[in-house]
Ligand binder design. Structure first.
Ligand SMILES: C[S@@+](CC[C@H](N)C(=O)[O-])C[C@H]1O[C@@H](n2cnc3c(N)ncnc32)[C@H](O)[C@@H]1O
Length: 309
């Protein structure tokens, strides 16, 4: 990497000066920000900071406290290589190989969806249900349909030390990603994984079934940002013609795997809360407590829809 770097790959600059070894952190941060903004990155400043932190291995505090710290040749090579990938619109989480979710670090492989902050709303919804049912100390069973990296299931297992769970996915590589995260987060003793097409072959009696299924309408896939369309697996995004195909497959079978009084908690896309709530109700789920059943994300979008069996 260093060799390639030394062959003149000083592609970032600040104040008209190419950035290389010995340039201070603050110039690298400014140069990266400027280049990312020009490339159409939506949050250039944040990405520049996180990339510097991840590529060099510094904390936010270390960057703020030492703006004049010179970057070594090796660090400059690493930052340049990562920065080039970000310029090509590869998401930071894919470049660094991890994503922070609900305060924990999840390793990320190309097989799994990059877990989104919006999905933390599903975790909040499930935890609110656990609290309202008085299940905080109970050995509850949780099923995650379409577990991906494990972000939702493993967060819940980490938050609820008595709970155990099953994560299913149709993608074996996503299941490997989730299993590795379960081990890193030290919840693998309470997590099982199974390859399955939604509920086919899934047996058990769960207290909570969660799912963040693919819900982007097929015609909308073409308009997604390159960070999403080129890097998230299509199988994790494509929700069929109107985005609701997976819900129609999943919801009618949910009661067969839920304990009486158990809950379904589903993530939905914008404008999907009403049709999904309707599907839950048609299939016999009660949605009496609105505060518990509909949770908005930070942008005020109804993001998690829950129903009681
Ligand atoms: C939107 S991603 C959610 C991943 C993860 N739960 C999260 O929230 O970050 C949807 C997941 O469903 C999985 N999936 C798609 N079709 C499936 C099917 N027919 N059966 C099981 N899982 C499926 C995908 O592989 C992907 O991991």
């Amino acid at each position: 990497m260093l060799e390639r770097y030394n062959q003149g790959r000083m592609i970032f600059s600040h104040g008209g000066v190419a950035l290389g070894p010995d340039a201070p952190l603050k110039d690298w941060q400014a140069g990266l920000t400027q280049a990312f903004a020009a490339a159409g990155v939506r949050t250039p400043q944040i990405d520049a900071r996180l990339l510097l932190m991840g590529a060099i291995g510094l904390s936010h505090g270390q960057i703020i406290m030492n703006p004049m710290r010179p970057v070594t040749a090796e660090e400059a090579a690493a930052v340049t290589a990562c920065g080039e990938r970000r310029l090509a619109r590869e998401p930071l989480s894919r470049i660094l190989g991890y994503r922070e979710f609900y305060g924990r670090r999840f390793g990320l492989t190309p097989a799994a969806l990059d877990p989104r902050p919006d999905t933390e709303t599903v975790v909040e919804a499930a935890l609110a249900i656990v609290k309202s049912e008085g299940w905080e100390e109970a050995p509850i069973q949780i099923l995650d349909l379409g577990v991906g990296s494990g972000a939702i299931l493993l967060t819940l297992l980490a938050e609820l030390p008595q709970a155990s769970g099953l994560g299913v996915d149709v993608s074996p590589s996503a299941l490997n990603n989730a299993q590795a995260n379960a081990e890193k987060l030290e919840v693998s003793g309470r997590a099982n994984f199974q390859r399955s097409d939604w509920l086919q072959g899934v047996a058990g009696s769960f207290h909570i079934v969660i799912s963040n299924p693919p819900y982007i309408a097929t015609p909308d896939l073409a308009g997604l940002a390159p960070e999403v369309s080129a890097y998230d697996p299509k199988i994790a995004l494509d929700g069929g013609e109107d985005g609701l195909t997976a819900y129609r497959k999943i919801i009618p079978g949910l009661k067969s795997v839920l304990a009486p009084g158990g809950w379904a908690v589903l993530e939905v896309g914008q404008h999907q809360s009403s049709p999904v709530a309707q599907l839950l109700q048609i299939n016999g789920f009660a949605m009496d407590d609105r505060d518990l059943c509909i949770k908005e994300d930070l942008y005020g979008i109804e993001r998690a829809i829950s129903g009681k069996a």
